[in-house]
Write a protein of this length. Structure first.
Length: 170
C-alpha cells in the first residue's frame, strides 16, 4: 500500500474513507492532467490550447451549436465561450452559420481546416493515451472508461441540478 493510499495529504491522519481517497486522487488527476496536456502541447506539435481544443472537439464530434448550447455543454460562462470561439474563428477553425431552426440566430460549425486540425490533434492525444495505458488489459481500459464516464455523468447531473443517474448524456 502506498503512503498516499494510507494517509491523507501529509496530515498524518489515516484515510480509510474511499470517498476521501477518491477525492485525493481526483485532485491529483486534475493537476497531473494539466501538466500532461501542457507537456503534450510543448513536445509533440499539439497545436491547440486546452479550452480551444475542447470547443473545437465539441463542434467537430457533436455538430454545430449555438454559443449558449456550447456554454452549457462545456460548463463555461457564455462570455468565456464567446471569446474562445472568436479566437477559433480568427484562426479559421470555426465559422458562424445561420441556424436553420431560427434564422435570426447563428451556430458555430467547424471549417475544413478546423476538422483537419482537430483530427491531427486527436491522433496525437490518442497516441499519448495508448502509451499511458499500454500495460492495462483491454478489460481494465473498458472498465475504467465505463466508470470514468459514469463519474462525468454524475458531475454533469449535479451541476445541472438533476439527481445522479437521471441524466445519461454529458
Amino acid at each position: 500500500m502506498l503512503a498516499e493510499d494510507k494517509f491523507s495529504g501529509g496530515s498524518g491522519v489515516p484515510d480509510n474513507d474511499d470517498h476521501l481517497r477518491i477525492g485525493r486522487q481526483f485532485g491529483l488527476f486534475l493537476r497531473r492532467a494539466d501538466r500532461f496536456y501542457a507537456d503534450l502541447r510543448g513536445t509533440s506539435g499539439f497545436q491547440l490550447e486546452r479550452a480551444a481544443y475542447a470547443l473545437l472537439g465539441r463542434v467537430c464530434t457533436d455538430g454545430p451549436a449555438r454559443l449558449s448550447v456550447l456554454a452549457e455543454d462545456m460548463s463555461l460562462d457564455l462570455s468565456t465561450v464567446s471569446r474562445q470561439v472568436a479566437a477559433l474563428e480568427a484562426a479559421g477553425l470555426v465559422a458562424r452559420t445561420t441556424d436553420t431552426a431560427d434564422r435570426r440566430a447563428s451556430v458555430i460549425a467547424p471549417t475544413g481546416t478546423g476538422l483537419e486540425v482537430f483530427a491531427r490533434n486527436r491522433e496525437i492525444w490518442g497516441a499519448a493515451l495508448r502509451e499511458l495505458l499500454a500495460d492495462w488489459t483491454p478489460d481494465e481500459r473498458s472498465e475504467f472508461a465505463r466508470l470514468f464516464t459514469r463519474l462525468n455523468e454524475s458531475i454533469a447531473a449535479r451541476t445541472r441540478g438533476a439527481a445522479p443517474g437521471q441524466e445519461t448524456t454529458s
